[in-house]
Design a binder for this molecule. Structure first.
Ligand code: F6R
Length: 597
């Protein structure tokens, strides 16, 4: 959700900013821009489209030593040059990630004072606000502090002021921002990859912290007082942010899944029940569970809902975060609220976590990004061990979330004596063969063959029941986000209540069938579509004769099965998008980290 980079130091700031922006392009890529101070004047270059286009406009033979840059995911105003960042007003030039909610009100006030806005953005308003306050304060630090009091919503800001040409400022509220220092080089960035080629150490700004960066100093302030901050170390390395020979990050990440799952599970479970009791939080008091998340993370919650209800026999409410945050929610003292987020910064999920925290609920976060807002604000956090996920469409983080939820379910079932020794032993035994089984499923050449047959279709349906429906939802989301094919997942029994009218000759219908208890029901529903001409493909843990194409996967314990079932759906989506020539790692209109509502 927009990438910000800022640099001040001794070297060529233009190169530093562009390198940083390229590493952050997954956060937004509809336009990009850079501002630098040269001969006491601010110069701004902005372009619609990718950073590659911006790069062509930059004269790298100049070597300014202070600069800010931005790669945008549009919120206010179309992705055109005029709305691209940086924005400039009076003495100030800024880059922004987030949404200023009261920008219309502020705009009115500032235009009343004579400011003229040329863009449609909330950012330009924030820039004018800084300039207006500065006219009175004549002190940048105090100006930023006062502006923070007036700005409602979320923001991470990189700021330069013509009156202090050797200083870069940064502040944030509910949008991530890090600061790094490597001798005389000082950086600000939305995320770690932007600085990884220089250092893996960084400071994380807290809400309303202000960082003041100069070539020879770095100072942090909170509420006007100078503060010290802890330096953090990023666990991954630059290699983890590179493609390593794969044509796309998505494919690399799909293939990383067997190792990721092994690592994630081993972190919490060594095969003994004791490890589950020691390494996972105490869950004994909870009588209801709420699971809240967005997108794919929500889909993992739906899988967990089926498991927890059926295996541990505890009722679960699984809700989309943007709904839950505004809903009437019924909590009891024995409710546990679980939030799931790869980035740990998703605005709606964070808001739900805060809502539950405010109600005094116990909250547990399942997160990938260490030190992210959700990880820091939840009462308990369980990290998945997915490593850096770069492709916008999640794959390995989805699976690692499933793995952690599977262990939580196992623990709940053990606490309530709902799982037999036989079933526990089967889980344990199959766990050790899971990574190899996943590798075998990944190697199946069928995905390419099926992609070849269906990639030109404009409608595809996914059918399943219960857990298989939840996995179908993820399969459909994967395919639509990277291939732009309209695809919808349906609870298999629901299609005939209207949507089946869309099924025509050769419409691909993908059935997911792994639950033996409802297998026959889903098969009947698939037959109903076949009778209307559908091309029926099935992903199943047994041979389904009725399907035109059956992708067979190994039959595993229900708490492990989804980790195999999802693989054909991910690869099918990948192969179809590739055939259609889509930009797989950076699908249109999307961004990796959704820090706005
Ligand atoms: C889809 C996808 C999104 C995310 C959603 C939540 O491939 O990646 O649907 O799952 O935006 O993001 P996190 O997990 O970062 O909260």
């Amino acid at each position: 959700m927009c990438g910000i980079v800022g640099y001040v130091g001794k070297e060529n700031a233009l190169t530093k900013i562009i390198n940083g922006l390229e590493a952050l392009e997954y956060r937004g890529y509809d336009s990009a821009g850079i501002a630098y101070l040269w001969n006491g004047k601010v110069e701004i270059i902005k372009k619609e489209g990718r950073i590659e286009t911006l790069k062509k406009e930059i004269d790298f033979s100049l070597s300014p030593t202070i600069s800010i840059g931005h790669t945008r995911w549009a919120t206010h105003g179309k992705p055109i040059e005029r709305n691209a960042h940086p924005h400039h007003c009076g003495k100030f030039t800024i880059v922004h990630n987030g949404i200023i909610e009261n920008y219309l009100e502020l705009k009115k006030e500032l235009t009343g004072k004579g400011y003229q806005m040329i863009s449609d953005t909330d950012t330009e308003v924030a820039c004018a606000l800084l300039d207006a306050i500065y006219q009175e304060e004549k002190d940048v630090l105090k100006t930023i502090q006062r502006a923070s009091e007036k700005l409602k919503g979320s923001y991470a800001l990189g700021i330069i002021c013509e009156d202090t040409p050797d200083t870069l400022y940064a502040t944030r509220k509910s949008s991530p921002l890090i600061v790094a220092t490597v001798e005389d080089d000082k950086f600000i960035a939305s995320d770690v990859p932007a600085i990884l080629q220089y250092t893996n150490q960084y400071y994380l700004l807290d809400d309303e912290d202000i960082a003041v960066l100069k070539e020879d100093s770095l100072t942090f302030y909170q509420a006007g007082e100078q503060i010290s901050k802890e330096r953090l170390v990023f666990e991954g390395n630059l290699e983890s942010a590179q493609k390593e020979g794969y044509p796309h990050f998505m494919l690399k990440e799909i293939y990383e899944q067997p190792n990721v799952i092994e690592k994630t599970i081993q972190f919490y479970f060594d095969g003994t029940k004791e490890s589950l009791f020691q390494r996972l939080p105490d869950l004994s008091k909870y009588e209801t569970i709420h699971i809240v998340a967005c997108g794919s993370a929500y889909h993992t919650g739906l899988v967990a809902k089926t498991w927890i209800e059926e295996i541990a026999e505890i009722p679960v409410l699984c809700e989309i975060a943007s709904e839950y945050r505004y809903q009437k929610v019924f909590y009891t003292p024995t409710t546990l609220v679980i939030v799931i987020s790869q980035s740990g910064e998703t605005a709606d999920t964070l808001a739900c976590l805060r809502k539950a925290n405010q109600e005094g609920m116990d909250t547990l976060a399942i997160v990938n990004v260490v030190g992210s807002s959700i990880a820091r604000e939840a009462k308990e956090v369980l990290y998945i061990k997915a490593g850096y996920e770069i492709a916008v469409a999640t794959t390995k983080a989805y699976s690692a979330q499933i793995a952690v939820l599977s262990l939580l379910t196992l623990k709940l079932a053990l606490i309530h004596n709902k799982i037999s020794e036989k079933s526990f032993e089967r889980f344990k035994r199959q766990l050790s063969s899971l990574p190899d089984a996943m590798r075998t499923v990944l190697k199946n050449p069928k995905y390419k063959e099926i992609a070849e047959k269906i990639y030109e279709r404009e409608d595809i349906f996914y059918l399943g029941r219960k857990m298989d429906y939840a996995i179908g939802m993820e399969g459909a989301l994967k395919l639509k986000e990277i291939s732009y094919i309209n695809c919808v997942a349906y609870a298999a029994g629901e299609l005939k209540h209207g949507t089946i009218s869309l099924v025509t000759e050769k419409t691909p219908v993908i059935g997911v069938i792994t639950d033996p208890f409802i297998k026959e029901k889903t098969i009947s529903n698939l037959k109903e579509t076949a009778a209307r001409g559908a091309y029926v493909i099935v992903v199943s843990n047994e041979k389904i004769e009725e399907a035109e194409e059956c992708i067979e996967i190994p039959n595993f314990h229900p708490l492990l099965q989804p980790l195999l079932t999802i693989l054909p759906l991910q690869l099918l989506a990948y192969e179809i998008a590739k055939k259609r020539g889509c930009d797989i790692d950076k699908p249109r209109n999307l961004a990796k980290s959704v820090t706005v509502e």
